[in-house]
Structure formats: C-alpha cells, structure tokens
Design a protein around this ligand. Structure first.
Ligand SMILES: CC(C)(COP(=O)(O)OP(=O)(O)OC[C@H]1O[C@@H](n2cnc3c(N)ncnc32)[C@H](O)[C@@H]1OP(=O)(O)O)[C@@H](O)C(=O)NCCC(=O)NCCS
Length: 168
C-alpha cells in the first residue's frame, strides 16, 4: 500500500458531485416505472465522482452498504443524484447519495432514494492507497461522519459474527 504523507484535510464541499439525467423509455421496467438498476448505476457513478474528487485517485466500489427506494421514479422525470463523502478511513470512503425526482412540468420534487457506498482509492498499480482526511465542518457533516462510522462498525461486527459462526 502506498501512502500520501502530510496531506491537509479536505472539506466535504470540495468533492460534492451531482448527476442529472432525464428518464426515458429505455430506462423503464416492465411495469412502466424507472428500473431500480438505472437508479443504482447513477448512484454508483455519482459516488465515484465524489470519491475521485476527494482522493484525486482512481476508485472502485467495494460495497453498496444500503439503498432505499422510497417512491417510484417515472419516465419523463429528471433524476438528480447528489453525492457527498461522509467519512474517510484508511483507503476507503463512505459516500452518501441522495436521489430526487423532479417532474419538470409541475416542478414537484420528491426524495426517492438514499444510498451509502464504500469506495476504495487505488494507486497506479491498482493497490488500495491512503486517502486524505475529511474536514467535517457543519453539524450535519459531523452527524453524517458519525453515522457512517456506525454503519462501518455494524458491517465489521456482522462479518466477525458470521465468521465466528462458521468456525463453530
Ligand atoms: C475493494 C478492493 C480494492 C479491496 O481490496 P482488498 O485486497 O480487500 O484490500 P484491503 O484489505 O487493503 O482493504 C482496502 C479497504 O477496502 C475496504 N473493504 C474491503 N472489502 C470491503 C467490503 N466488502 N466492504 C466495504 N469495505 C471493504 C477495507 O475495509 C479497507 O478499508 P480501509 O483501508 O479504509 O480500512 C478489492 O476487493 C476489489 O478490487 N474489489 C473489486 C472492486 C470492483 O471491481 N468494483 C466494481 C464492481 S462492479
């Protein structure tokens, strides 16, 4: 693993990213709504952009830790995925993505999904590499950082419990 020594913390706002796309017929599933996989792909791309902007490295998605679908998205709506780095560990980052669907004719905007993805920074040889620290400045940013830590700890605990169960 390579390291980046003496790098200053980077503010959350410096790497925030948004992807906006108009949903068309080819995005629909057999029920006529936008396919969940289309939403997931856009979340993955938005998270990737935020993670690259924070780390200034190539990144890969290690895991999608959570993805909610609160309301269906319709063909003809504008889908916006806003991504923010929530927390940074050694080589990995949690990126949160908020998805909103806007009906362009009425202007109505609805929060349709939230996703949390773990992205890992890679060096030029494709090995995980350390990422700059995150400067969480606002109360909301500090809350998101805290909650990301909770999700990571829960994931590690779950993995340890499953391994222990298999070793019995
Ligand atoms: C993600 C990947 C680089 C991790 O490689 P690895 O050999 O396990 O590397 P390490 O053990 O050094 O772990 C590196 C980091 O990844 C994290 N990580 C590894 N597997 C993970 C998982 N399943 N979920 C969340 N984080 C994970 C580790 O916690 C570690 O984070 P930290 O350094 O901040 O503590 C590797 O598994 C990989 O390349 N996966 C394929 C990624 C890909 O192709 N994504 C696109 C899928 S379509």
């Amino acid at each position: 693993m390579t390291t980046i020594a003496g790098v200053d913390p980077r503010p959350v706002r410096a790497s925030q990213a948004a992807l906006i796309r108009w949903m068309g017929i080819t995005d629909a599933n057999s029920a006529g709504f936008v396919h969940g996989g289309i939403v997931m792909k856009m979340c993955d791309e938005a998270a990737g952009i935020a993670a690259v902007k924070h780390s200034r490295c190539r990144v890969v998605t290690a895991a999608i830790d959570r993805m909610t679908f609160l309301h269906p998205v319709h063909v003809g709506q504008l889908l916006t995925c806003r991504a923010s780095v929530n927390a940074v560990w050694r080589t990995s980052m949690e990126v949160g993505v908020r998805v909103e669907a806007e009906s362009p004719r009425s202007g109505e905007v609805r929060h349709t999904s939230t996703a949390y993805l773990t992205m890992v920074a890679l060096d030029d040889e494709g090995r995980p590499t350390t990422v700059p620290p995150l400067a969480a400045e606002s109360d909301d940013e500090r809350r998101r950082e805290r909650e990301a830590g909770l999700r990571r700890q829960n994931r590690l605990d779950e993995r340890a419990q499953i391994r222990a169960g298999r070793d019995l």
